[in-house]
Design a protein around this ligand. Structure first.
Ligand SMILES: C[S@@+](CC[C@H](N)C(=O)[O-])C[C@H]1O[C@@H](n2cnc3c(N)ncnc32)[C@H](O)[C@@H]1O
Length: 373
């Protein structure tokens, strides 16, 4: 099976490394995600274990579609009875670039028509549409007039781990936080601190990664469990890989610290960590007074920005002065403004050792990495 894991823009290298560590085959990073190959166990393992992926998609067809008729014909040539019956529901999402067909809604509509018409012809009745909670999620991507049709193997986006009861005002998505922790170079042995933790997403994802808690374990059902082809063999396979995932969990991990100045943020972090089943050392502390970790470890954080510029500039100077005392630490800052990098450079006279452009939703950010000497 040809599979494609989607990721937040810029996090493809982190996802590629993660899928390689899961020993999946044919792993190759591309725009917006990573291609890989495998059987249905591999697809299920990716859903259960990937922290960085947003969706795992199974490719079910690829063909040239310069017109609506060609799209309709190509989609109709796929054998949909393997996944859908007249009693199940579907929803279609579409994206397109550099193609004759330019309206994604129209592409989705045509694709849906082709699916339901073929099934009605074959089975005498058609499945219905459910946009909110479909049994089968179909994604069609049109690029340079080639349509690729996918099924959503995981179902709802995989960033929803099930532990985030309280999100707070500016939370990172769990899969973006996981990518940031991975790219930070943290070794999962030394301590880690998020000194502006908000709802605790970075610290919780870090602790869960270190403890090998499978991110998909709390999910009631994956998308493929609702497909017509989901049989007893697939049920047994899923039970087994879930059991293996439960056994893989470690008892102890490295110290993970989370602090913030806001009491409500700390309450959210506490509740979310409890739900996620991880132990964090949580305390109220201004980032301007944090002490170095003992032994030296990694600071990973996502400072606020864009609300009150004056206050933010003062905060970045304070953050930079704190970081100056962190000899031997690794630092990863997800910066939504260049002012953060400027403040660090002014205080430490160090440019970032590495940086990446990552997208937090629509916001272009830089992930800045420093090795403080
Ligand atoms: C962008 S949010 C972090 C969001 C977090 N990554 C999450 O996923 O929920 C920034 C956080 O910095 C905190 N903060 C602002 N000023 C601070 C300071 N001086 N010291 C510590 N935390 C601060 C805010 O309370 C807020 O929770």
């Amino acid at each position: 099976m040809r599979l494609f894991a989607t990721a937040a823009k810029g996090t493809e290298p982190a996802l590629r490394d993660e899928l390689r560590e899961l020993r999946l085959r044919g792993v190759r990073a591309d725009r917006g995600g990573v291609h890989f190959e495998g059987d249905r166990t591999d697809a299920a393992r990716a859903c259960l274990w990937s922290r960085v992926a947003a969706r795992i998609l199974l490719e079910v067809g690829s063909f040239e579609a310069r017109s609506a008729e060609a799209l309709y014909e190509g989609v109709g040539a796929i054998d949909w009875s393997e996944w859908l019956t007249p009693r199940t529901t579907l929803a279609v999402r579409a994206t397109c670039r550099s193609s004759q067909l330019t309206h994604s809604q129209y592409i989705a509509q045509k694709t849906k028509d082709a699916i339901v018409d073929t099934l009605r012809e074959r089975l005498g009745a058609r499945p219905s549409v459910d946009r909110d909670d479909p049994d089968v999620g179909v994604a069609v991507h049109l690029a340079r007039d080639v349509a690729t049709v996918y099924l959503d193997v995981g179902g709802a986006s995989l960033h929803e781990r099930g532990w985030r009861a309280r999100a707070g005002p500016a939370p990172l998505r769990e899969n973006l936080a996981a990518a940031v922790v991975r790219l930070s170079g943290w070794d999962r042995e030394r301590p880690l601190l998020d000194p502006m933790c908000g709802a605790g997403t970075i610290a919780i994802e870090a602790a869960a990664w270190a403890l090998r808690i499978a991110p998909g374990l709390a999910r009631a059902r994956f998308g493929f469990e609702r497909w017509a082809s989901h049989d007893d063999a697939a049920r047994t396979m899923l039970r087994e890989i879930r059991e293996q995932a439960r056994d893989a969990r470690l008892r102890d991990g490295p110290a993970v610290f989370a602090s913030d100045v806001d009491d409500q943020a700390l309450a959210r972090t506490r509740e979310n960590a409890r739900e996620a089943g991880v132990d964090l050392a949580i305390e109220r502390c201004d980032v301007r007074s944090i002490a170095p970790l003992v032994p030296a470890g990694t600071i990973v954080t996502n400072p606020p920005y864009g609300e009150r510029l004056e206050a933010d500039l003062d905060l970045y100077d304070g953050l930079a002065r704190s970081l100056r005392t962190m000899r031997g630490h690794g630092v990863a800052l997800l910066a939504g403004t260049p002012a953060i990098e400027k403040a660090i450079e002014k205080a430490t006279r160090q440019p970032p050792a590495k940086w990446w452009i990552l997208f937090n939703g629509a916001i272009e950010c830089r992930l800045l990495l420093y090795a403080l000497a």
